[in-house]
Design a protein around this ligand. Sequence first.
Ligand SMILES: [Fe+2]
Ligand SMILES: [Fe+2]
Length: 411
Amino acid sequence: MPALYSSLTSQLFEEFRARHGYTGKILHEPCSASIRQRLIHTIAQFHILDQLGTPMIPYVAAWRDDGLDIWYEFAGQTLRALLGSGNTDLANAFRESLISRCMYRKCGSPPAIIKVVRDREQLQQLRAALRSVAQQGQAVEAVYRLEVHGESLWFKDFARVEAFEEDGVFLSFGTLADITKEVMLEEELKQAKQELLSHRDQLVAKVERKTRKLRQAQLEVVTRLAQAAACRDQRTGAHLNRMSRYSKLLANSAGIGDQAAAVLFHAAPLHDVGKLGITDLILHKPGRLTVEEFEVMKGHCQLGAELLDGQGSDLLRVARAVALTHHERWDGSGYPGGLTGNGIPLAGRIAAICDVFDALTEERPYKPAWTFAQAAEEIKRQRGRHFDPDLVDLFLGNLPALYRIYRGRIN
Ligand SMILES: [Fe+2]
Ligand SMILES: [Fe+2]
């Protein structure tokens, strides 16, 4: 067929026009054989493609290198029906329908974005970029958003731009594909993702709030438990208070982070919670305990550990370790496990020093209160025997801060 129309007589041209509905300009005018053959061949093929009713909408757009007007050399029935326009003002109709966001890119490898067009003014500026693409003989991909019959539609355009220098004309051979459904789905997906993220943030915040409340409630329970044990043991709340502060200070100077030191601060007062399970006859006995009675008394470590046992929080886990091991000694002579050295949990080693130190500075029925200096001297004397030598060094290196706690000048 192209050979048939290669040199058009007026009769053949009329036949071509009638068969393919040609309403372009170039074939009406004198033109080069190359552009004529290219147009006739392509229009014949595009016409068939258009009539097949495929999702591809074929077109041939044209413009002169010295002008701004674009016209269509071929626009099938699908495109005309879409834009509701005749062939002559189709380009205008297309421009008028254009809403926004057209992205042009070369279909090379790798693809490169030439221009993102946000308005009609920018579309005019795009001409130069398209010409450069034409000169390189590359294909171009674009995405348009069109307003068609009050409806917003998205199209993807694949086109090859060719320059016909002899005629001073550019031709764009392209196909449009309606991608509205894909774009809408993408938008819905994006929105769903955003909703999911915001929902997740709300849930995280809710869980954090509940966790904080739970921790607060747990803290209240263990504090009251510690107070109950201290009260039964005829010890003062002040002992627990100071011992907690000494423990936190020593933990910090041993390099334990603030968060873990704060856990020890709340756990330390529970060291003697097991005394809740020791009979009054032994707990409140005025004189010295017999060997058998002392054995019962020693049981408060195990009782405390059992009381604090379970899949609890860090607080309960550390409190359990302190309750179980605060009477262990560095040299292995302590109870209940006879553990030695670093085999004793750090929390237990810290609590042991702080508990003994504070007990020495308190008055008891069987002894007067030791002075701060006397108690510190005793801690030093027990270095490497009762207590972890490194912790004793740190303890003695912090005497001014410890003294402020002892004097109650720090809360
Ligand atoms: Fe104890
Ligand atoms: Fe104590």
